[in-house]
Write a protein that binds this ligand. Structure first.
Ligand SMILES: [Zn+2]
Length: 185
């Protein structure tokens, strides 16, 4: 019996190709290695949860219906490869609204942990932005900065939180998580 643990996943630039305020489900494209990496994590007990900033809603670029259509398409492409995403959270707010859900605030992660009954100490957060790393740190998870999407630029920026691990791609991120889990056994 594998012990369940949470893995929080950013969406754009992490699971799917970054397309700058993506709103068309037909443009959803899984990044290489993502489905395989998620499958490996899932087989080790990972409970997979997407946490996504979607300020395009507050900015008037698209509605929540577009966000949800893109989410559904992402989940479908993953389900086609036997990956189950347990829950999807997104923040529709503008940065100026100073809500508690927009990453790097930890609101979505805390809510997901409460909903799942799983703890944040054993959780991981994977994303391509420092806001993802920040959200993970603020929630008390271990953090991985991916060099896909905005990751190269984000890693080169002088300020901001530093991740526990910087991964070239999703496969490397998944492998690192599994190595951390094995260390604890
Ligand atoms: Zn929010």
């Amino acid at each position: 019996m594998k012990l369940p643990f949470l893995v929080f996943l950013d969406r754009d630039g992490t699971l799917i190709r970054e397309k700058n305020y993506l709103k068309d489900p037909d443009e959803v494209e899984l990044l290489p290695g993502v489905a395989e990496g998620l499958k490996m994590l899932q087989d080790e007990g990972a409970v997979l949860v997407i946490v996504s900033n979607q300020s395009g809603v507050a900015r008037g670029f698209f509605g929540v219906d577009a966000v949800e259509a893109v989410n559904r398409r992402t989940l479908q492409l993953l389900a086609d490869q036997d990956v189950v995403i347990t829950n999807v959270y997104y923040c529709p707010h503008h940065p100026d609204e100073q809500c508690l859900c927009r990453k790097p605030e930890p609101g979505m992660l805390i809510e997901a942990a409460e909903a799942s009954g799983l703890d944040l100490h054993s959780a991981f957060m994977i994303g391509d932005k420092r806001a993802d790393v920040g959200a993970g740190k603020n929630a008390g998870t271990r953090t991985i900065l991916l060099l896909t999407g905005h990751g190269q630029a984000e890693a080169a920026a002088p300020d901001g939180p530093s991740a526990d691990y910087v991964a070239e791609n999703f496969s490397a991120a998944a492998a690192w998580i599994l190595a951390q889990r094995n260390k604890q056994k």
